[in-house]
Each structure stands twice: as structure tokens, then as C-alpha cells.
Design a protein around this ligand. Structure first.
Ligand code: SF4
Length: 707
């Protein structure tokens, strides 16, 4: 990992691509209703998974009717043995192959090396084949190599110096590969879609190598996984609409090849007798059938291998697929690895996922990768525990509020010192203590009859121990809107346990809180949190933890229904005219920018609310920051677990904050606040970082001059 993080060529290749991708993709999707498209893909794929055996039989029937030979292979060994048999029947020595992730997955080239010379014909694949590396990206296998590194590879292969000139290298590769195509005995391809109704196999390529591989050699072998099956020919439509747009930001790839049965070809080089090709189709299982039946993970089978999840993943953008991946890269790679290889192989890879949720926004197959990663983590942690210290803290300390209180006094400064973590010093008095004596001045609005209602505040550990001022500000704002705030007994919401995969502990913590919150839930108008992770716990994870316990699940539903994130609530109150009266300002304008925490934006779907609330304050100039919703790297325990990655993400975020020219950075997540303050302090920046609640409360009581 260190090597990847320190590699300038890698960082620049991945960084340039990651920066260009979102805009190019947006252009490619112009005029397309992405939500409807991905729903259509989801429906096609769900239907295919539910009827996989019937589709496989229909596909087999169609392939054989059209003159192809059909095989089913349980795994890599079975696939290789089928291919070897075909090769022996034809005395084959040379095989050209177009890019196929399924063949990478089963290490096909390695398995065939005793009997066949296999030449990769996709340019990126050919380059990495020369240095015996695996692909680092599902669509651009050599993205991790700089043009200079590629030139060195060309020079070594050709025995003469090749300059790092891309068009020249492409030309050279074409010359080398054309010669191989013309004499190859066998061509092996994968396929992107396999239609059961017609036996058609569809291949999308840009280099034309897929079509040459499929048509020139006298024998064509297609290796495809069960998940490529779809029911009807018309199912190709939505997939063809999404795949090139998501993968390479194109309306369509340069070549779309549809193969329904063997086609005629020339007998060989210099022999223009036309003969019928042989077509062999191998349907590969290798864990897929189990995956497609799995009640929790079956949606992984919806993946169309477009790699857009990698293109927007902040971690992938830093370290690439050689670090963040096995054969398949990124979050989806970890999930595929767990099923197509083994959960043990996925253990380390899945730890790299920040759970920021960016991939979920972009996935055209509507796969909830972050949620599945948490499921995978939890199932792995039942067999392989996390490091001893993490487990001990989560399993034995966080349940007990009293012990956390004591540890905060003694432990926090020590941890801060020993681990050099950006943990702020604990507040002199916890919010839990402060709130007991908090004087609430509830505003009577002229148009309201008496007080407006009661809001329960679930403040969470960071506000309790480190930032009680956020809690106090929030109470003032809600009082101002006519609400009384109450503080039910509470302890850790269980987020550290959920994100570490310790389900048993998470249940224990959630259960304790639920007991307290659900007792008086009917009397609350809302349950508010000022921490987006807390909101997600109360609205989503608690329900998930108790989905098999109807009685407790009912409590989680009641709590979730009343729970709202602070900024959304304030936005509602402001819209009702309950927050500010008429305000004027002659004060100097203050420039404010905003960082969207991942859970706020992508789990709670909060987007325009902070901007609308903050911009409504006279004298405030809202500046949209570049990549405002990109993860800052905090991600709860992640920043302690993988500080090398977190600190790089922080660095990128600090650059964007400084570039915005703002004087104040607002955040709604106390965790991001800690991390960003640390980043700005380290960079000697004068930019202040405030929780939105504190900023708004300051604005209530003072003239805007005082900001
Ligand atoms: S998980 Fe979704 S975004 Fe990622 S490769 Fe698969 S289809 Fe594409």
C-alpha cells in the first residue's frame, strides 16, 4: 500500500482519470433517465437470477440448435480441461484471447500454458501479460502503468528502444497482434450478455480485438459466467444503454458483436477456402450458482462489470486495483472475491472500503455495494475477529456509559498522545451532565398556540464527550422554534460495532438505547441527531439488526419514523418561518463553504438543505466547494485503522477547502469536524471549522458582524 501511495505515476494516472470521469459520464448519460434505466437492469437481472437454471437450459438448446457445442464447467480446472481437449483435437498451439474477467478469475492462461501459447489481444491485457501482472481495473487493465512504464515494456519485448509515444505504441501492438490473429488456431473470448431466447452472445469492445478473436481463428471458445444470462433478446437494450456509458463514457463502444451460432471463415492463412467455424460455449459456475441463490448477496450477480464503482471510489483512486483488489477490484471486487474465490481472500480487501456510498450512486445495476460490504464484514468477523484492542473496546467498553465516562477522563489524553490521533481533548463537562441543568427558553411564536412540541435529542458520543457546544447550540435553535428538547438516557449507538462487523455488540448497544427511546416515543414530535452516522444507525441499522425479532423490530420502526437529522429538521423549521424573524444585515459578507458528510448526503439523501438554510442568513456568501461530497477520510474507525489512506484523502479535501476561498467551513458531522479541524490546523490554515448548529446559533444571537 505504501508503495502505491508513494507512486507518483500511479497517483497521477488514477487521479487524472478520476477527475475526468464524472463529467464525461454525465455527458454520456445526457437525456437518459438513469434511475429508470438501472431499475430496468435490476429487473432483468433479478429475473435472470431467479430462473438461472431454466435460462441455462434454453441457452444451451439454442446454442446447440445453431451448431455450437455447449459445456458446463464447475470451476477453473473443469474449464481448462474442456479447452485443453478442444485444443488437442485440433493440434492447436496458438490461442488469441480477448479480455475476459472470467478467464482471469480462473487463471486460465496459467492453466493452459503447458499446451497452448495464449496471446492476450486487448492492448492493456497484452501489456500486463508481458510483465506477468493481473489487471488492476475491470475495463482498463493497465491503468496503473504510466506511458513510460508501457514504453519500457514495449522496448523489452521488441528488443529496441520504444519512446513513450502512445499512438506509436498502439501501432506497434497492432502489428504484433495482427500477425498472431492470422495464424492462431483458437480464439477465446468472454461475452457481456448471453441471451437464452436466441442463444446470442454479445461482446462490446473498442479495439476490435474481440471481433477478430471471435472470427479469424477456425475455433472460437466463449467462456462466460452464469450471471451473463438474460432471458430475452430485448433485454440487451438497457444493458447496451448502460454498459458503454458507465464503463467508458461512450454512447456505444466502437464494436458490438453478436454471435448466434458458428459463422463461416477462411480455412487458414493463404487458403481462401471457406469453412464453417467451430463454436464452443463454456458456462462457468465457480461459485456463481451459490451466489445467485444467496438471500443476502445475490444482487452481486447483477454486476455488469462496467467498473464505474471503481472510477468514483476514493480509495481505488489512491491505491488502484493492485492493492484494492484481487482479480476483481474495489468494493465489488471484494464481494466477488468472497464468492468466486473465498471469504479469506476477501478479508483484507473489504477492510479498505470506506463505506462512503459513492459507488452506490453510480452503479447502473443498482447494487448496494456498501451495504453488502458491511454484510460481508460481519460474516467474516464471525470467523476472523478484528484486532484484539478494537474488539475489546467495542465488545467490553462501549456498552457501559460509566466506563466510557471514566475512560474519557483517563484514556483519551493517553490515546491521543500514544497514537498521535487527532482526538481533541475531552470537554471539561460532558453534554450528558450539561443537559441536565440546561435552561431552555422556548420561544412563543405569535402564530403558534403555546409551545410547539417536544423533541428528543440523541446526541451521540462525540457531542457528549468532545463537543457539548454543538448540543447546546442545537437546543437553543430548537427552543427558538418553539420546541422543548428532552434527553432520554443513552449510550453509544453501536456505529463502531456495525462498521467493524461486530454484530452481536452492535445489537447489545442498539437494544439498550431502544429501550430508553421507545418508552416515550409517542410523546416526541421528533428524535433529532446532530451526527449523520447516528441518524443512519437509528433509521437504518437498528432496523436491520433486529429484522428477525418482531417485537424489537417494531420499536426500531417507531424510533426510525420519528428520527430526523438536525439539518433537515432545521430546514423544515426555517421553511415554516420558525427559525428566524426578519433579519437585515449591513455586516461584512462572510464566505462559507460546506463539506457533505457521506452518511448525510448518500444515506439520508440530504443535499440542498444545508445550502438553503445557511444561504438564508443575511451577510453569508455560500461557496460551493469542489468535490464537496467526496469523503474526507475520517469514516469513523477507518482513520485509525488505515491512517495512510485517510490522511491522503484529508489532504485532497484540505486542498479543495483552501481553493474555495472560504473563511468558514461548515460540517454536519462531528467526526468530519474533528478530522477536518486537524487537517486545517496541520496545514496552518486560518479557516474555521464549525458544526452548522454552532454557526446557526451564533447567527441567532448576534449581529452577523460577529461571525
Ligand atoms: S458493481 Fe455496479 S458499478 Fe461496479 S462494476 Fe458492477 S455494475 Fe458496474
Amino acid at each position: 500500500m505504501r508503495e502505491a501511495l508513494d507512486s507518483k505515476p500511479l497517483r497521477s494516472a488514477l487521479g487524472n482519470f478520476a477527475r475526468a470521469y464524472p463529467q464525461a459520464r454525465e455527458t454520456a448519460y445526457e437525456g437518459i433517465d438513469f434511475e429508470s434505466l438501472r431499475e430496468a437492469i435490476e429487473t432483468i437481472k433479478i429475473n435472470a437470477a431467479e430462473n438461472v437454471e431454466a435460462l441455462a437450459q434454453r441457452f444451451e438448446q439454442k446454442v446447440t440448435e445453431q451448431g455450437g457445442k455447449f459445456y458446463r464447467a464447475a470451476d477453473g480446472e473443469a474449464s481448462a480441461s474442456i479447452i485443453k481437449k478442444i485444443a488437442r483435437q485440433h493440434n492447436a498451439a496458438l490461442c488469441v484471447k480477448s479480455k475476459s474477467m472470467a478467464s482471469e478469475e480462473i487463471h486460465l492462461n496459467h492453466r493452459l500454458k503447458d499446451i497452448l501459447k495464449v496471446v492476450e489481444t486487448d492492448l492493456g491485457e497484452w501489456i500486463i501479460q508481458q510483465i506477468d501482472e493481473r489487471p488492476s481495473h475491470m475495463v482498463m487493465p493497465a491503468i496503473h502503468l504510466s506511458r513510460e512504464e508501457c514504453a519500457e515494456i514495449f522496448s523489452n519485448v521488441l528488443g529496441t528502444e520504444v519512446k513513450p509515444d502512445i499512438p506509436r505504441m498502439v501501432k506497434l501492438a497492432r502489428q504484433i497482434l495482427r500477425a498472431e490473429f492470422l495464424v492462431a488456431d483458437i480464439g477465446i473470448t468472454g461475452c457481456n450478455i448471453a441471451v437464452a431466447e436466441t442463444g446470442t452472445m454479445v461482446i462490446f469492445t473498442n479495439e476490435g480485438n474481440g471481433r477478430l478473436t471471435a472470427t479469424l481463428p477456425p475455433v472460437h471458445i466463449v467462456l462466460l459466467g452464469y450471471e451473463k444470462l438474460v432471458s430475452r433478446f430485448k433485454d440487451i437494450g438497457p444493458l447496451a444503454n448502460a454498459l458503454p456509458r458507465s464503463a467508458t463514457c461512450q454512447f456505444m463502444t466502437s464494436y458490438v458483436t453478436m454471435i448466434s451460432g458458428p459463422c463461416p471463415t477462411f480455412k487458414g492463412l493463404g487458403n481462401d477456402e471457406v469453412v464453417q467455424k467451430e463454436l464452443h460455449v463454456i458456462l462457468l459456475d465457480n461459485g456463481r450458482l451459490q451466489l445467485l441463490k444467496d438471500p443476502v448477496f445475490k444482487t452481486i450477480g447483477q454486476c455488469i462489470r462496467c467498473a464505474s464503482c471503481l472510477n468514483v471510489c476514493p480509495v481505488y483512486g489512491l491505491v488502484g486495483g493492485q492493492v484494492y483488489g484481487d482479480i476483481y477490484s474495489g468494493g465489488i471486487g471484494a464481494l466477488l472475491t468472497a464468492f468466486l474465490r473465498s471469504p479469506q481472500h476477501a478479508e483484507k480487501i473489504q477492510e479498505l472500503c470506506l463505506n462512503c456510498g459513492k459507488c452506490r450512486e453510480f452503479c447502473p445495476a443498482k447494487i448496494n455495494i456498501p451495504e453488502l460490504i458491511l454484510e460481508l464484514r460481519s460474516s467474516i468477523r464471525k470467523k476472523i475477529p478484528p484486532p484484539f484492542l478494537n474488539k475489546t473496546i467495542i465488545d467490553h467498553l462501549l456498552h457501559h456509559k460509566r466506563m466510557v465516562d471514566i475512560s474519557m477522563k483517563i484514556g483519551a489524553p493517553a490515546i491521543r498522545y500514544l497514537r498521535r490521533l487527532p482526538v481533541p481533548p475531552p470537554a471539561p463537562q460532558s453534554f450528558n451532565k450539561i443537559c441536565k441543568n440546561l435552561k431552555q427558553e422556548i420561544k412563543q411564536h405569535p402564530d403558534q398556540e403555546g409551545k410547539k412540541g417536544t423533541i428528543a435529542f440523541f446526541y451521540g458520543c462525540l457531542i457528549d464527550y468532545f463537543y457539548p457546544e454543538i448540543g447546546e447550540s442545537m437546543v437553543r435553535l430548537l427552543n427558538r422554534s418553539g420546541y422543548r428538547v428532552v434527553f432520554p438516557d443513552q449510550s453509544c449507538c453501536g456505529a463502531p460495532a456495525v462498521y467493524t462487523g461486530l454484530e452481536k455488540s452492535a445489537k447489545k448497544m442498539a437494544g439498550k438505547n431502544l429501550q430508553q427511546l421507545s418508552t416515550d416515543v409517542d410523546t416526541y414530535d421528533y428524535i433529532v441527531t446532530a451526527c449523520p452516522t447516528g441518524t443512519v444507525m437509528l433509521t437504518k441499522h437498528w432496523q436491520h439488526l433486529f429484522e428477525n425479532d418482531p417485537e424489537i423490530f417494531h420499536c426500531t420502526e417507531m424510533v426510525a419514523e420519528k428520527t430526523v437529522d438536525f439539518i433537515r429538521l432545521i430546514h423544515m423549521l426555517q421553511k415554516q418561518g420558525l427559525l428566524y424573524g426578519k433579519r437585515t444585515s449591513s455586516a461584512k459578507e462572510i464566505k462559507v463553504t460546506y463539506h457533505y458528510s457521506c452518511h448525510l448526503k448518500r444515506d439520508s439523501g440530504i443535499d440542498a438543505e444545508p445550502r438553503e438554510v445557511v444561504s438564508a442568513i443575511p451577510g453569508v456568501q455560500w461557496i460551493e466547494m469542489d468535490e464537496a461530497d467526496r469523503c474526507c477520510g475520517f469514516a469513523g474507525t477507518y482513520s485509525m485503522k488505515l491512517p495512510e489512506i485517510s490522511s491522503q484523502l484529508l489532504k485532497q479535501k484540505i486542498e479543495n477547502i483552501e481553493k474555495s476561498g472560504a473563511e468558514i467551513l461548515l460540517v454536519d458531522c462531528p467526526g468530519c469536524l474533528t478530522w477536518l479541524r486537524h487537517g486545517l490546523e496541520t496545514a496552518n490554515s486560518n479557516i474555521r471549522v464549525l458544526h452548522t448548529a454552532v454557526f446557526l446559533a451564533e447567527g441567532l444571537s448576534r449581529d452577523t458582524k460577529s461571525f
